[in-house]
Design a protein around this ligand. Structure first.
Ligand code: UN1
Length: 503
């Protein structure tokens, strides 16, 4: 057991169930593996239904107490969480790397996203604005306000095992909500560590159950949480397949959901692109996090005049990507999460060939323990079935175009709509791409890549990406209930719309 794990409170066997204290975890256990060598790191015990019930009951009570604290005071508690997070940043970044396999710089970057969202949330706690409107009735005042909503269920994926919870939990906390976290069973230790470091702060402020943890199987914890009418909002990140199930179940009870599902993100490279910017952006976007971000660049829509030169440069750059132990600071690409991910990548490359594409480089398994592959580039058509689907692996499909409208058609011609980018120095192309007939994605960038969004913006996408928005801008509104208030300070009772109702 590494020393840094002990500093995060991780033991050989851990409970993954926290209400306002650690419960036993009676729903079996999972082993967390290090994808860099396939070895077991530690075990995590899971929630059974009774324990889930305990977690929800505490979350409801915590909400009832927490919502009475003025929002700026809630912000101060969140600020203190930022202090403990900063103190543990290196250890947490290392744990993200150990358990998920992204390189250490990216592990740190992920924790930094939570530090940043905390700073954002602290400022937000003095805002949470509603508008005031002018009433049509004399002696009346009308305004809208946002109230805390309740218990928020946060379901996260393995690829951002900490940050996605952080965006949700910190915003929910300043909004006055309590949070139940159901983490991925591939990365449960990160969740245990996060709970460990924040618990003393919450305890100190008398709300030990504000953030709780219900690690468990989908059919025990997942289903129950999603169907639970005591949880008015479910924020779920993961595959389109998962999102369709979660979205339908939450909608069936008329609950609310924030869905952040798959992406199929493209960069358009026009003849007026600055390739000195574009090439590193493409490589980072496609290869970073071993292609396991929802914002990963999966398609390169490139003008036909540039295809040969650009693919040559990319193949050369791919040959220089240092693949290896993600904790080694020279490494640029770590392993995939597990064996299944390697198989999915191999299958996708077989399929692109069978559909008539050509693999230009990569896709081989690296001969060492762990789940390492070489990143791949394949020439393809946008219409290929395999190109229409998100494969969570470092595969970049190169799709030539001749006319800019055709490029935008390809960009939009997939079921998903998360992130998109164009590289061009041509103002008309850039503006067209950002205009209403341009990119149909939730994120559209000019001269930067598709991944690595800042927390200050609203994060999420359209179509099968699910339509939810998390993180910055006014995403907080989804975590509160909205109320319109009209106050009559006159001595009359005028009705709206000029209606007379004389008794
Ligand atoms: C995700 O992959 O689920 O924009 C989130 C990015 C990161 C977040 C990705 N800030 O790439």
């Amino acid at each position: 057991m590494y020393d840094f794990l002990k500093r995060l409170g991780i033991e050989e066997v851990n409970s993954g169930v926290f209400s306002d204290r650690w419960l036993e975890g009676k729903g079996g256990e999972v082993t967390s593996y290090n994808p860099a060598n396939g070895e077991a790191i530690a075990k995590v015990r899971l929630a059974d239904r009774d324990e889930y019930e305990q977690v929800v009951a505490v979350a409801e009570r915590s909400f009832a107490a927490w919502r009475t604290k003025p929002a700026p005071l809630r912000g101060q508690v969140v600020r203190e969480m930022g202090e403990v997070l900063r103190a543990h940043k290196d250890d947490l970044g290392r744990l993200v790397t150990l358990e998920m396999g992204k390189i250490y710089q990216e592990g740190l970057g992920e924790i930094q996203e939570i530090v940043d969202i905390i700073d954002y949330a602290v400022g937000l706690s003095r805002q949470l604005y509603g508008f005031t409107m002018h009433s049509e009735r004399p002696g009346h005042r009308m305004y809208d306000q946002y109230h805390p909503m309740g218990v928020v269920g946060v379901i996260t994926a393995f690829n951002f095992p900490a940050a996605v919870w952080g965006w949700n939990a910190m915003i929910a906390a300043v909004c006055g909500d309590s949070v139940i976290w159901k983490p991925s069973l591939k990365t449960p230790l990160v969740a245990v560590a996060m709970q460990n470091i924040f618990a003393p702060v919450l305890e100190k402020h008398g709300v030990p159950g504000l953030f709780s943890l219900a690690t468990g199987h989908d059919d025990v914890v997942g289903e129950t949480l999603v169907n639970d009418h005591r949880v008015p909002l479910i924020s779920a990140t993961g595959s389109v397949r998962m999102g369709k199930i979660v979205g339908a179940k939450v909608a069936a009870r008329l609950g609310r959901s924030i869905l952040e599902l798959g992406g199929n993100n493209a960069i358009i490279l026009t003849p007026e692109a600055n390739l000195e910017l574009a090439i590193p952006a493409i490589v980072f976007g496609a290869v970073g996090t071993a292609g396991q971000r929802c914002t990963t660049t999966r398609r390169l829509i490139v003008h036909e005049s540039l295809v040969d030169a650009v693919t040559e440069r990319l193949v050369k750059a791919y040959g220089q990507v240092r693949i290896g132990d993600p904790l080694d600071e020279n490494t640029l690409m770590g392993p995939l999460i597990d064996e299944d991910a390697v198989q999915q990548m191999t299958k996708a490359l077989e399929q692109v060939k069978s559909e008539g594409g050509e693999v230009l480089c990569g896709g081989e398994r690296v001969d060492r323990a762990g789940f390492y592959v070489t990143p791949a580039i394949a020439k393809a058509k946008n219409s290929f079935d395999i190109v229409q689907n998100e494969t969570f692996a470092p595969i970049l499909y190169v799709i030539p175009y001749s006319d800019f409208d055709e490029a935008i058609g390809y960009q939009n011609g997939v079921p998903q709509g998360l992130s998109s980018a164009v590289f061009t120095s041509n103002l008309l192309e850039a503006e067209k791409f950002l205009g209403h007939q341009g990119s149909d994605c939730g994120i559209a960038n000019v001269n930067i890549g598709t991944s690595g969004a800042e927390i200050g913006g609203a994060f999420g996408g359209e179509k099968e990406t699910g339509g939810g928005r998390e993180s910055g801008s006014d995403s907080w509104k989804a975590y509160m209930r909205r109320q319109t208030n009209t106050i009559n300070y006159s001595k009359e009772l005028p009705l709206a719309q000029g209606i007379k109702f004389d008794l």
